[in-house]
Design a protein around this ligand. Sequence first.
Ligand code: GRF
Length: 199
Amino acid sequence: MRLAVLLSGRGSNFAAVHDAIVHGDLDAEIVCVLANRANAAGIERARILGLPGHVVDHRAFASREGHEAEVLRILEEARPDFIALAGYMRLLSPAFIAAYPMRIVNIHPSLLPAFPGVDAQAQAIAYGVKISGCTVHFVDENLDAGPIIVQRAVPVSNDDDATSLSARILNEEHIAYVEALKKLSKSRYRIDGRRVVFS
Ligand code: GRF
């Protein structure tokens, strides 16, 4: 499995996926790590690991299309089977998504369809749910809405705040992302409406 990773920040999910590859838990090769911010810690980590890293700063482009065209050009060269969004804080246009149909995956820190969008953990705290978690899903043209591949749940306790809940969910994210990529690389599956059916 040739994997491209797109990120904007810390890159702990990227690191978890890379660790799984190094330890032989995931049969994949990271062929491209791309950030839209030069100061993303994840891109620095990619460089330290000797992985092909690219910065395409969206602020250097007049339009979303211009930025995406450059990202797509780099991806085309890298020839990924799947593109993993790992804290990539840019909305992808329908044209971008259409270039890789059901080959772009994302991780979101809630049990979708609850709490899409930003600050999902704070949304969960404010709502008062007793269980939250994370979701790895295919990316379609709607925000945090594509077919679900893997979910993992965590309890929410009375004294949690967004910070403590985020940390608990993040632990599960690292497991969930590897599990989802493993399933995509090893199993047969079909997408039946909203359902990802593994066989
Ligand atoms: C994670 O919480 C992920 O669910 C969300 O952005 C965060 C990225 O964290 N989409 P990291 O950069 O992988 O550490």
